[in-house]
Design a protein around this ligand. Structure first.
Ligand code: PEP
Length: 255
């Protein structure tokens, strides 16, 4: 099964209007025409309109970093899927480990956000992954399965038919440490197997699985060679347009 490679840039809480203008022209120049795969940039909410306008003549997509589980209501500080749709977002990250550890999101709230994204016609990018203690205890796959199952309990067995999963070991995010390509492959294969068991073989074989955690142009090729890794979710390195362009080129080369 040939899955289209996907690179997602998570800018987290970085960026300014002037920086975005410069980033887009630099990135588009460095990347050249996008020939393979798909690229989605996820800025802070306040920059969605500006980024969407700046990328209009390109094939680069725009996504968001989170979405609320309801369509509207008294949820101060939150943004809904219909709102993101108005800004032409195609994808939204849900369950990022920073949301889980710093902002109290749980498997249950993440599942509600995931389901809201699907209802709103957005592709949820569900982040799953173990922390350092869980890896040391040998429960990585159990942890990831629990995170997937929570979504299926809420959104049903076909939940992953129009979704992306990002395997992001928490200990590798922003630390400069990366999982070995073999470890990344092992967990991504376990994710696919779980989705096959709870969904269907077809859903599992079509679903894209990304690896995230200190990905750079120097390690993307080895990671992308692995059979169950279909792309990358990139934090720190995505703030440098030249570096992001190299990652996009290299990940397409390893198709
Ligand atoms: C992330 O935040 O999803 C991430 C993978 O960050 P970094 O690439 O900086 O490790």
């Amino acid at each position: 099964m040939k899955r289209k490679p996907l690179v997602v840039a998570n800018w987290k809480m970085h960026g300014q209007q002037a920086w975005i203008e410069g980033f887009v022209s630099e990135f588009v120049r460095a990347q050249g025409p996008l020939q393979h795969g798909e690229v989605v940039l996820c800025p802070p909410f306040v920059f969605l309109a500006q980024l969407q306008a700046a990328l209009k003549k390109t094939l680069i997509g725009v996504g968001a970093q989170n979405v609320h589980g309801a369509e509207q209501g008294p949820f101060t500080g939150e943004v809904s899927a219909p709102m993101l749709k108005e800004f032409d977002c195609t994808h939204v990250i849900v369950g990022h480990s920073e949301r889980r550890t710093l902002f109290g999101e749980t498997d249950a709230t993440v599942a509600a956000r995931f389901a809201a994204a699907l209802r709103g016609g957005l592709v949820p990018i569900l982040c799953v992954g173990e922390n350092a203690a869980e890896r040391q205890s040998g429960i990585t796959e159990q942890k990831v399965r629990e995170q997937l199952d929570a979504v299926v309990d809420f959104a049903g067995p076909a939940a992953f038919a129009n979704a992306v999963v990002a395997y992001e070991p928490v200990w590798a995010i922003g630390t400069g440490k990366t999982a070995t390509p073999e470890d990344a492959q092992e967990v991504c294969a376990a994710i696919r197997e779980e989705v096959e068991n709870i969904g269907s073989p077809e859903i599992a074989s079509n679903m894209r699985i990304l690896y995230g955690g200190s990905v750079k142009s120097s390690n993307i090729v080895e990671i992308m060679k692995k059979a169950d890794v279909d792309g990358a979710l990139i934090g720190g390195a995505s703030l440098d347009p030249e570096e992001l362009a190299k990652i996009v080129k290299f990940h397409a080369v390893s198709e």
